[in-house]
Design a protein around this ligand. Sequence first.
Ligand code: PMM
Length: 305
Amino acid sequence: MRGVELPAVMAIVNVTPDSFSDGGRFLDVGRAVEHGLELAAAGAAVLDVGGESTRPGSQPVPADEQRRRTVPVIKRLAAEVSERVAISIDTTDASVAAAALEAGATVVNDITAGRDPAMMPLVAEAGAGYVFMHMQGTPATMQLDPRYDDVVAEVGAFLAERRDAALEAGIPAGELMADPGLGFGKTVAHNLTLLARLGDVAAAAGVPILVGPSRKGFIGVVGGAPGAPLPLDQREDGTLATVVWALDHGASMVRVHDVAPAVEAVRLLSAMAAAVPTDPDPPVSWRPPTPAPSAGVSSAGGSAW
Ligand code: PMM
């Protein structure tokens, strides 16, 4: 993705009345822009602007309404920060993506990985970046009964197939990011398995991986006491735990609401990774103490000193 140094943080800028975790808070253009600017100042490399909630059970938002919500926000953000931060449009509709690209976005985040047949050709033509995500079903029904024989193999194969379709459409490999789609037609166990085996997903996808765990249900379920999932406003610590895990297990970008802790995590992980010795037999700066000689030898007569 041009101009985005990896690993990096993508910030969520939802301009929707019903996003699953911050719905309605930033529907007003001015407030959404202000929020985007704060997230850019906190170190986000990409601002992901969306006008359609994809929470479980949500219904599609008509394209003209998505455009009405997002285009003014993208125009203002592009004018203010596009020198240093990329702007992404979170949509599955090629006409919304086209309007967003026109307004200054340079990345399309498509949670359906090209179900709209016009999407990939549009992205290729615009020379934009493209995030393509795995989802089983649609947001309206995806959490009713998600099933896989082998979630890692199936998600990996889907991402490989969609990568090839994107290349075929003319999007260069360097503009692509694949996303396993945490929470999109996945049980808690599916999400945990995908995170546990993220390296295998990345190997199958063959392009950098983006992961979006932020405040999702599995974090509340796993992080809370048995039978008492954490509410949305108490999922930040768990989000950070998954962010750190994901970055350390093959993710190149994380998509989050709370940007500052994720940016800190990227910086610390990069610094620690850089400090890992490249010499396979590094000089040892600390050695275990040599075993104490038997009392009879070393302290003979008690005069060793
Ligand atoms: N999650 C949501 C929306 N868009 N896009 C990508 N690429 N990956 C995700 O995991 C993802 C997404 C849902 O979360 P939100 O309503 O808080 O934005």
